[in-house]
Write a protein that binds this ligand. Structure first.
Ligand SMILES: [Zn+2]
Length: 160
């Protein structure tokens, strides 16, 4: 049995940059939204796989910390992050751009991925959700725009 949670309000508004990308190399933002699919067996004692509102609450707890933040990829190859001035983060993008951004620390969140692309965001979110819901097969699609998305599944995570 598979159920899905899909709503443009399940998501986050964040800023990012994709190092080395012609257009997305510049700091800009998206209203990201998600489609979350949960697959498993309906337990004998219940009539549903998982409570929709409970699922929504768990997903929102994972995405809320990303909302209205600048997302920084911790594992990016061409990025140097240093602490600068009190409570400031300096990000130097190497390569074609060779530019530096300075952010207040409170506006930034670091994610353990190599790029803030829909691909790696979906992988990160599946991993986080899988920790909270280990008994299900999960699929998360991250929409960067209504027509551009990337999908990761529990089995993608297990393969790593
Ligand atoms: Zn973008």
């Amino acid at each position: 049995m598979k159920l899905s949670l899909s709503n443009t309000r399940i998501g986050f508004a964040s800023a990012h940059f994709i190092i080395g990308h012609n257009k997305c190399g510049k700091l800009h933002g998206h209203n990201y939204f998600l489609n979350v699919e949960v697959e498993g067996e309906v337990p004998e004692e219940d009539d549903y796989l998982i409570d929709f509102s409970e699922l929504k609450e768990i997903v929102m707890k994972i995405v809320d910390p990303l909302d209205h933040k600048v997302l920084i990829p911790e594992k990016a190859a061409h990025l140097t992050v240093t602490k600068d001035r009190p409570e400031h983060i300096r990000c130097t993008l190497h390569g074609d751009e060779g530019k530096t951004y300075l952010f207040p620390e409170e506006d930034v969140i670091f994610l353990p991925i190599r790029a803030i692309s829909a691909e790696f965001l979906s992988e990160y979110l599946v991993k986080e959700l899988q920790e909270k819901l280990p008994e299900y097969e999960l699929t998360i699609t991250v929409f960067e725009t209504p027509s551009s998305s990337a999908t990761s599944t529990s089995s993608d995570i297990r393969r790593k």
